[in-house]
Design a protein around this ligand. Sequence first.
Ligand SMILES: [Zn+2]
Length: 135
Amino acid sequence: MTARKTLDQMTSDDLDQLYERLAKAEHDADVSIAAAAHLTTLVGQRSERAEQRLAHLQTTSEAAGRLLTRTTDERDTLRAAIACVRELHQPTGVVAAAEAGVEPDCPICGPNRWPCPTYLAVTDLGPAVKEPTDA
Ligand SMILES: [Zn+2]
């Protein structure tokens, strides 16, 4: 840094240099302000896009939640129907059939039909199958 001159020591060239430095400082400030404004715009645009993505994700998530609920309800309804069908097609006369060496009866499908086609059809569709009883 050069020694500070008094006003009486300053020449016209010194004043020109000061004005040039002032002009450069003003220009640099304008460039910095423009860059900050540009960054503010970019941040605003990105923020807006992020908010749009978030809104889309929330909408998608809500739709997925509704679908899951409906699917779960339908699954529960189907499981209940399968359990009902199984209950209707439980074997009867198991001990007597075993003693006679024949298959037990199905109360719906008929004598010596257990395991009946209906029971077999729903056996792999749900939770564990009940063991046959001598009902
Ligand atoms: Zn049956």
